[in-house]
Ligand binder design. Sequence first.
Ligand code: PMP
Length: 350
Amino acid sequence: MSKYWSSLVSKLQPYVPGEQPKMANLVKLNTNENPFGPSPKVIEAIQSELNDNLRLYPDPEGLALKESIANYYGVKARQVFVGNGSDEVLAHIFQGLLKHDKPILFPDVTYSFYPVYCGLYQIESNVIPLTDSFEINPDDYKQANGGIIFPNPNAPTGRYLGLEHVEDILNANPDSVVVVDEAYVDFGGETAITLVDKYPNLLVSQTLSKARSLAGLRVGFAVGNEELIEALNRVKDSFNSYPLDRLALVGAIAAFEDRDWFEKSRQGVISERERVTAELESLGFEVLPSKANFVFARHPEHAGADLAAKLREQGVIVRHFNKPRISDFLRITIGTAEQNNALIKGLASI
Ligand code: PMP
């Protein structure tokens, strides 16, 4: 007789994160981390928090961090939700806010965690194809739905949807929660956080993993209407009383305070992205216009899987998705100038 947990294991299709190889000498351009590292003020803040207070629970509200995010974006602390990386924030959103009696909408080429959450929380979805140029068409998001989610810029395409089009989607769906996942917004997009007071149905999620270079600390947040945030707090409080540990709280606050570091880091990524794009194009690649810390590129004469395998032989790891529509492409994280040179040299030799 089959055991119930065997069927559970076969039913759940978890998210598969990009590889974190142990070999230090690899040029790692596969998981969209920031090569410039966190602000030294973040390290200092964490070091000074390594004291006897670790025996005490952290603030169950994470209020000091919410205040610093609220102050940064000009909203109220009650409009901010924090969690262990935006993956966790999104999990709470899917579980508590997107579970309706109609299917939720998201693009066909997008962040692979969305279908995973749908499977876990048993949420119906209706997957909307991107246009031929891999863009989100707001007109396609005008059908009955239980909520909408898309990354902006989108992942893994890097394509950005202007805020006027985000507003089209919000206006067409006043009764649905519209979640804009802005993991990569600081690399050239404009945040929709400026719209949260205008649209009570808007929820914007962000992360400190990318432009603030803190993927290892696991801090994400969402900003929206106070009622939506209160609903999220209730989902979170039914799961874990403490959104973040003491080290993550002080580190994240320091990251928001060091605006100079943030500015230098994101500008460094943007200028390398433009250089890498031009170099790839001169090697014959088609590169989608990107506002993220990665580019999505394909070559007319080489299969994506082959290119990824050959780069790996040369010690450069990039991401290849064996999925319909995008199997020709490589998703290449923007690294330091030296890492990017290794990538270009590797591709030029293929
Ligand atoms: N959203 C998108 C679109 C992403 O690509 C990622 C990174 N994998 C995340 C959310 C999650 O980031 P984190 O959990 O590190 O905040």
